[in-house]
Design a protein around this ligand. Structure first.
Ligand code: UDP
Length: 236
C-alpha cells in the first residue's frame, strides 16, 4: 500500500445520489461498501463529511440569516451525514466512531485529536463531524486541518462524476485537459476551483498531498487508497 493513513473527503452531495439533496440510503450503502473494501486493504481511513446536501451556510445568509447561525446549521448537517455513513458502515460490520467538533455527547464523541488517532490505530474508521466547529469555514478546510492533525498521508477528495482537475471546465471547453499531477502553486496561480483558498493554502503550507478522483466508478476508493494513478494528484 502506498498510503498508511488517508483522509477521505465526502461532500454532502456524494451522499445524495440522483436527487442531489437529502440522503440516499442506497448511495450511502454503496459508498460504505467501497470504504470497507478499501479498509480491507489495510489502510487507516478517516472521513470528513460535508453537509451541502442538507444545508449550506451561504443559503441561509442569502436568505438574510446571520451567517454564523447559518453556518452552525451547516455543521449540524455534517453530523447527520456522519451518522448516516456510520450506520451504513456498521451495518456491514465495520467499526466506526463519529467525532464531533461541536460537543453533543449523546450523539457522538467529542473531537479529541489523540483519541481520533487511537481509534485509527485500533482499526476503526473515524468520521469527523461538525466541520472545524467554527463558522466561516468549509468542510474542505476541515479535511485539510484534520489531515494535518492526524498526519494523514493524503487527502482523497471523492467527486461524483468528476474524474480529476481540468485546465478548464470540460463541459464548456472541449479542449480542456485533465492534469495527472499538478502543484499547489499552479492550482493557486491558475485559480483552479478544487477547494476554497483556505483549504488549498493549508494543504500547501503543510505539504499534504491531495488526490481528486471519481468515486462513481466502482472500486475507485480502494484504488485511490492504494495510490493508483486515478484522477489528479496535487502536491506541494
Ligand atoms: N461549515 C462551517 N464550518 C466548518 C465546516 C462547515 O461553518 O468548519 C458549514 C458551512 O455553512 C457549510 C456547511 O457547514 O456551508 C456544509 O459544509 P460544506 O459546504 O463544506 O459541505 P460540502 O460542500 O462538502 O457538502
Amino acid at each position: 500500500m502506498k498510503y498508511k493513513r488517508v483522509l477521505l473527503k465526502l461532500s454532502g452531495e456524494a451522499l445524495a445520489g440522483e436527487e442531489k439533496t437529502g440522503i440516499s440510503a442506497l448511495t450511502v450503502a454503496d459508498i460504505a461498501r467501497q470504504i470497507k473494501d478499501a479498509k480491507n486493504l489495510g489502510v487507516e481511513i478517516a472521513i470528513v463529511c460535508g453537509g451541502g446536501n442538507l444545508w449550506r451556510g451561504k443559503t441561509g445568509a442569502d436568505m438574510g440569516m446571520d451567517r454564523s447561525s447559518a453556518d452552525y446549521m451547516g455543521m449540524l448537517a455534517t453530523v447527520m451525514n456522519g451518522l448516516a455513513v456510520q450506520n451504513a458502515l456498521e451495518a456491514i460490520d465495520v467499526p466506526t466512531r463519529v467525532l464531533s467538533a461541536i460537543e453533543m455527547r449523546q450523539v457522538a464523541e467529542p473531537y479529541i485529536r489523540r483519541r481520533a488517532i487511537r481509534h485509527l490505530e485500533k482499526g476503526r474508521i473515524v468520521i469527523f463531524g461538525a466541520g472545524t466547529g467554527s463558522p466561516f469555514f468549509t468542510t474542505d478546510t476541515t479535511a485539510a486541518l484534520r489531515a494535518a492533525e492526524i498526519n494523514a498521508d493524503v487527502i482523497l477528495m471523492a467527486k461524483n462524476g468528476v474524474d480529476g482537475v481540468y485546465s478548464a471546465d470540460p463541459k464548456v471547453d472541449s479542449s480542456a485537459i485533465r492534469f495527472e499531477e499538478i502543484s499547489y502553486f499552479d492550482v493557486l496561480q491558475k485559480d483552479l476551483k478544487i477547494m476554497d483558498q483556505t483549504a488549498i493554502t493549508l494543504c500547501k503550507d503543510n505539504n499534504i498531498d491531495l488526490c481528486v478522483f471519481n468515486m462513481s466508478e466502482d472500486g475507485n476508493i480502494a484504488k485511490a487508497c492504494n495510490g493508483d494513478k486515478i484522477g489528479t494528484t496535487i502536491t506541494g
